[in-house]
Design a protein around this ligand. Structure first.
Ligand SMILES: C[S@@+](CC[C@H](N)C(=O)[O-])C[C@H]1O[C@@H](n2cnc3c(N)ncnc32)[C@H](O)[C@@H]1O
Length: 232
């Protein structure tokens, strides 16, 4: 068995997978996450699914190399289309855009069953994902930032429930106040948005530019709240 190193993103998700979880890893690609969890004895079996044949073949290869291929059910499908509610209690969806993750959840309403733990890691458009979760009966129970190859990403643990988010929280996270990377994350978001506003000024409809200005104002407010420690 060779050594398998997880990226910081996947490592954080692996840490959050409960011992003995019944896991499906959606968009598994190399299947690093389920293979690492199996090799380290954290889980006994897993489902690894991917939309494309190539990544699923790579997933099989990783399983074979590390001697756990027999413990993984490989499924070629979009999202959770080939996973049944009674098979899993933990759903990992990492390394995709926030919009895609929201679409995968929308197509699988059973992810709102009370026993279900979702571990979500959007690479982009995290605001689309947080808004979708808030509007559709999900609640973020844990959120943490991780720096991976020079970029800061949020990782979300989500369960069924109610949550209300301010505009700032939609864009920059719900439970990040004490996160060591929170200041960097929010400043980077503000700078990105200010750049977009400068590019669109005079070109895009005024209403759209004003909406972005509102987001920046809400992020500046959230940053102050984080600094003074009086919110989530
Ligand atoms: C960048 S890789 C992420 C691999 C791994 N999850 C990670 O976080 O490092 C994205 C993978 O998701 C798969 N994918 C994209 N959209 C998908 C969908 N709707 N359903 C299932 N898999 C999808 C792609 O084929 C690709 O293998």
């Amino acid at each position: 068995m060779t050594n398998l190193e997880l990226s910081p993103r996947l490592h954080l998700i692996a840490d959050w997978v409960p011992q003995g979880a019944r896991l499906v890893d959606v968009g598994t690609d190399h299947a690093y996450l389920p293979v690492w969890l199996l090799v380290h004895g954290k889980i006994d079996r897993a489902i690894a699914s991917d939309l494309r044949k190539g990544p699923l073949e790579r997933a099989r290869q990783t399983g074979r190399i590390h001697g756990v291929e027999e413990k993984i059910s490989f499924r070629l499908c979009g999202g959770l289309d080939a996973t049944k509610v009674h098979e899993v209690d933990t759903v990992a969806i990492a390394g995709m855009g926030g919009e895609t993750i929201a679409q995968i959840l929308q197509a699988a309403p059973w992810t709102k069953e009370p026993q279900m733990r979702l571990l979500l890691q959007p690479m982009s458009r995290s605001e689309t994902l947080r808004q979708y979760l808030a509007d559709n009966g999900y609640c973020i129970t844990r959120e943490q930032l991780v720096a991976d190859r020079g970029v800061v990403y949020p990782v979300l643990e989500v369960m069924a429930g109610e949550m209300k988010l301010t505009l700032g929280q939609v864009y920059c996270g719900y439970l990040l106040q004490k996160d060591p990377l929170a200041e960097r994350y929010i400043i980077e978001k503000i700078l990105q948005l200010q750049q977009i506003i400068a590019q669109r000024k005079g070109r895009a409809p005024q209403q759209a530019v004003d909406a972005l200005r509102d987001v920046v104002a809400s992020l500046l407010e959230l940053r102050e709240e984080w600094r003074h420690g009086n919110t989530t």
